[in-house]
Design a protein around this ligand. Structure first.
Ligand code: DHB
Ligand code: MG
Length: 220
């Protein structure tokens, strides 16, 4: 669950433009699965697309498709020329994602790959190096995803990660936690954030979205 929406974020969302049918389909599918609250908000989606566009990415990987909403923002950031590989572990989520993505004008440039990312990432290596990766999958595996990204994102490429506040668990205070995360999960995210904050490795910034979104340019 997300932490309380500050007024500024509510205002930003009120200005975000509406979503076309294929995106609304992804959002509705997520809601039907009881997962509407973990989708990117419209303003977060635009932010992701904006940075993908600014960075002129053409080959991108997403870890954690859910029902395909963020994938559509990423492909739009690449202006219809790019190619996105998006990885999803849960069959039903992937099926719903494919259904919504099929209705997007650039849907044919999105490849939904079903399976545990620990294995599917391995098989993706041959298609790399990539211009960027969006990490939004299993929160306990962010360290593994980052290790993969460090090998498979080109120097100067973009690493974006959602949920880097882990619903407030990363700052360690009880009142910040809206659900229980294991000590290991918290440590994984804290280490992930520390590494992306190392200026000898990354030029990076955390944007204070509700869940925290890291944007990092890989300098090596
Ligand atoms: C949750 C939020 C997310 O954005 C996500 O990717 C996974 C889980 C959550 O709030 O539980
Ligand atoms: Mg997320």
């Amino acid at each position: 669950m997300r932490i309380e929406i500050p007024r500024a974020q509510a205002y930003i969302e009120s200005l975000a433009s509406g979503e076309a049918l294929s995106k609304r389909k992804s959002r509705t599918f997520a809601e039907e699965l009881g997962l509407g609250n973990i989708c990117l908000s419209p303003a977060e989606g635009h932010l992701l697309a904006f940075l993908v566009r600014m960075h002129e990415c053409l080959k991108f990987v997403e870890i954690g498709t859910l029902t395909g909403l963020s994938a559509q923002y990423i492909i739009e950031g690449m202006g219809g020329k790019g190619e996105l590989w998006t990885l999803e572990k849960t069959d039903l989520h992937a099926k719903k994602a494919m259904e919504a993505i099929a209705e997007h004008p650039s849907g044919k440039n999105i490849h939904v790959i079903v399976g545990d990312a620990r294995f599917t990432l391995e098989s993706l290596q041959v298609s790399g190096p990539f211009d960027g990766v969006f990490i939004d999958g299993n929160k306990a595996a962010y360290g593994d995803y980052l290790m993969w990204a460090e090998k498979n994102v080109r120097p100067g490429g973009l690493i974006v990660a959602d949920n880097v506040f882990l619903s407030g668990a990363v700052w360690g205070s009880i009142e910040g936690q809206s659900k229980n995360f294991s000590e290991k999960q918290v440590a994984v995210m804290q280490n992930f954030n520390k590494r992306l904050s190392d200026p000898t490795l990354y030029d990076s910034v955390i944007l204070p979205t509700k869940e925290g979104m890291f944007f990092a340019v890989k300098m090596f």
